[in-house]
Design a protein around this ligand. Sequence first.
Ligand code: FAD
Length: 478
Amino acid sequence: MRGRAEALRRLADETWDVLVIGGGITGAGVALDAASRGLRTALVERDDFAAGTSSRSSKFVHGGLRYLRSRDYGLVAQSVAEQRRLLRNAPHLVRPMAMRLPVAGGARRLVTGALLFTHDLAAGTGISRPVDGGIVFHEAQVDDARLTLAVLRTAVLDHGAVAVNACPVVAVDGEGVTVASGATARARVVVNAAGPWAEGVRALAGPGQAGPRLRPTKGVHVVVARERVPVLGDRCGLAVPDGRGAFAFVAPWEGRVIVGTTDTPYDGGAVECTDHDVELLLSKVNRALDDPLTPDDVLGSWAGLRPLVEGGDGRTELARRHLVAAGHEGMVTVVGGKLTTYRRMAADAVDVVCARLGRRIPCRTARLPIRGAGTGEGRLWLRYGTEAAGVERLGLGRPLVPGLPYLQGEAVWAVREEMALTLEDVLSRRTRATILDARAAAAAAPGVAALLAPELGWDEAETRRQVDGYLATTPSSR
Ligand code: FAD
């Protein structure tokens, strides 16, 4: 996917039916839904694709265990349906994962067992079963940043959309948007998919725009070595009830173990995983582990903001836990929801867009394969699917970061085919080196920058700047 200059030219020259602000999973989903309905579609992202919340989730494609507890069966059904679709449409990226839930005996175990059995049956991910002291049920796992990118690349490469990263929108008016370079893009409908920043983007269009108020909360995760939690199988995690209807969890991922998550109020400022967050998180899960984890075990961490919706106004249309809001003149805002339900969110939003355009075109994404979809084996296949052969053909089979499974060829592919523009794009989102082992990634950063320099035309000063920028913004040790 070379051709950023061409994408920027098209963005400015053409008139778009839909222009999407925000390149997280919601924006990527809207772009794919709109483009696959035949609408002329563009998307602009201020940072990198998935740099916001969509690379910072727990990486579950949820059936909705939490909502079973709160008896929100409608939401469970929606999540399970979307989980099933994702397993079918992106089988190379989404994989079932068994989870063990501790449940005491008696009536409670019977009821929970029956609910989880129904849940698993509907999802088609596996069959739940009682085990000593608990029940094993099934979720699915995904690399959130790669799913976002794959959805977006499907929109661009297979359905003709244009997508540009590092392109912040600074103003919105009735004609379209203005981006930071001063260039304008004309659009009939603007969709605000800026996640936790949606209120800020709405303000760019001036007062009077319809849309919900957001009250984001912060969630952190840490990564530890696989050997530190020997109770887990390769494809089995542990759900840890917190006694208040929510769950912490410990789950294998990419050869390591993810521990998550917290849910604390966010009052602005840097979105980072503090020492206090780590202590809070470990105290949640340690009661379920024989050998407690300590902060010294932490190899990597991340923090994200949940774009939670506080409430609506007279013109909002509540669609489960996500909201599509459309003012008479203004843009269409789509917020809330979760990674798992992005397709449904996008479909609801593009229905509103179509109504605004006066066109009736049905949604086509329910059975639409995500780029790379197919069945195969091997580590590269599980990240690139049918495109794995393209990565292999580059012939750069040396490790990118010592101790991690990524190859140099993946970094070059990221620049040539996946719109990576910076060292951080490559180490944090096209590969997940930063969160799997922050110190190893920091140590490898100069070598990776040297590999990327000829691809991206960096001179010595720019290469140094990339390394310094990466080291300054990513936590290299805890
Ligand atoms: P984002 O991914 O935040 O995207 C918004 C984008 O808008 C950003 O990239 C931002 O840079 C861009 N933007 C902002 N302003 C501008 C501008 N002016 N111009 C251009 N672009 C702009 N969901 C699940 O299904 N499963 C999970 O396991 C799960 N775990 C979670 C754990 C945590 C801790 C959190 C926080 C969330 C979790 N979620 C999970 C929810 C899920 O991650 C989010 O709902 C989803 O990623 C939100 O995507 P989004 O595209 O709406 O927002």
